[in-house]
Ligand binder design. Structure first.
Ligand code: MG
Length: 200
């Protein structure tokens, strides 16, 4: 199982970080070891002073008759050490230290099935300490789900069980110890998680 992630897939988010809107999807990976246990907590890494929340729609795939089909959807967090990423970006280096560290991904389980998949758009939001900080929907994606699937599959065959993080809307920001996050999709609370400081 892989966590396949798309970057810069919402125009307002690309702008807020000073990035150009891409002309094709930006792809990166997180290892399975990045996953945070259900219910948390998020433990901030000691090597960063600026870990950002990025709430994203996450689709799960099954490969049926040779074609990858989404068979579940939920929301997740693509946690990003923004200070580390900025340094890597300046040097033109890969993003793994900023994006793929232990505890950098959360996926709210269980996945929602056919009924949720059939709804459009997929609305979602993130509350930090009770205030909505990010709010988006699948209709705002620069590259929609079928485009992303076709593009990713061209480079790395999407297998059953693979997850696709589809990018974050505007409003990303730093986490600190003691923060409390709530994630919503289609108006339902799908996760609540606490943030803790680095383990001494
Ligand atoms: Mg992201």
């Amino acid at each position: 199982m892989r966590l396949i992630c798309i970057g810069r897939n919402y125009g307002e988010h690309a702008k807020e970080l000073g990035n150009a809107v891409p002309d094709e999807p930006v792809i990166f990976l997180k290892p399975e070891s990045a996953l945070i246990a259900q219910g948390g907590p998020i433990v901030l890494p000691a090597f960063s002073n600026d870990v950002h929340h990025e709430i994203e729609l996450v689709y799960r795939f099954a490969r049926i008759n040779g074609r990858p089909m989404a068979d579940g959807v939920t929301i997740g967090l693509d946690l990003t050490a923004r200070d580390v990423q900025e340094q890597l970006k300046k040097k033109g280096l890969p993003w793994e230290k900023a994006k793929a560290f232990d505890g950098s991904a959360y996926v709210a389980l269980p996945f929602l099935g056919e009924e949720a998949l059939a709804q459009r758009p997929h609305t979602f939001s993130l509350k930090k300490n009770g205030t909505v900080v990010q709010d988006g929907n699948s209709g705002q994606m620069i590259f929609d789900l079928p485009t992303l699937i076709a593009h990713v599959d061209k480079y790395m065959r999407i297998e059953t069980g693979d997850l696709l993080f589809t990018g974050t809307p505007a409003g990303v920001g730093p986490l600190k110890a003691g923060d409390s996050l709530e994630g919503y999709m289609l108006g339902e609370l799908l996760f609540e998680i606490q943030v803790e400081g680095p383990t001494p």
